[in-house]
Design a protein around this ligand. Structure first.
Ligand code: CO
Length: 183
């Protein structure tokens, strides 16, 4: 079931999410809903707080990157109770966007690679290393679980310039083709 995406200004996007256990109610359906919601809004990642749930869960599907990043074709994963246990010192810059912050993109600097521990949808634990575009998406989604948005990670000057745009989003002044929930 496609869920509305909570947009900038919603308090749930600013909460630190809590871990879940394997008996979390209707987990399979929830994960399915998250993929559907993401696909319906042309996203490459979606974190549970973005559909109003303050739990440590995000999904990634890089299908949309298709031609730009053929190396990540078919990457589709569920990350439950993730922990980034290592970040590279080397950083890079990428122009990010977010379904919760419609029509706004900014260059964001982040570590180039990460090692992450997480549980999959069957609650099997994994520890994996990622770099490139996957590491980028992982860190963006992981931030959502900490109540952090990509606009928090731009320079203070850029952030100042973004203020009016963000205020417009809070007031619902934007156009998107997917269902949203405004605070
Ligand atoms: Co986002």
């Amino acid at each position: 079931m496609i869920k509305p995406v909570y947009v900038y200004g919603s308090p749930v996007l600013r909460k630190v999410s809590t871990e879940i256990t394997s008996d979390y109610p209707n987990l399979k359906e929830l994960i399915e809903s998250m993929f559907e919601t993401m696909d319906g809004s042309e996203g490459v990642g979606l974190a549970a707080p973005q559909i109003g749930l303050s739990i440590r869960l995000f999904v990634i599907d890089t299908a949309l990157f298709g031609e730009d990043h053929p190396e990540v074709k078919g990457f589709k994963k569920v990350f439950i109770n993730p922990k980034i246990i290592e970040r590279s010192e080397v950083q890079n810059i990428y122009n990010e966007g977010c379904l919760s912050i419609p029509s706004l993109r900014e260059d964001v600097e982040r570590p180039e690679s990460v090692t992450i521990k997480y549980f999959d949808e069957n609650f099997v634990e994994h520890e994996e290393f990622y770099d490139g575009i996957i590491a980028r998406v992982i860190q963006h989604e992981y931030d959502h679980l900490e109540g952090i948005l990509f606009t928090d990670r731009v320079s203070p000057i850029r952030r100042q310039l973004l203020k009016s745009k963000l205020n417009a989003i809070v007031k619902g002044k934007f156009n998107v083709s997917y269902k949203v929930k405004i605070a």
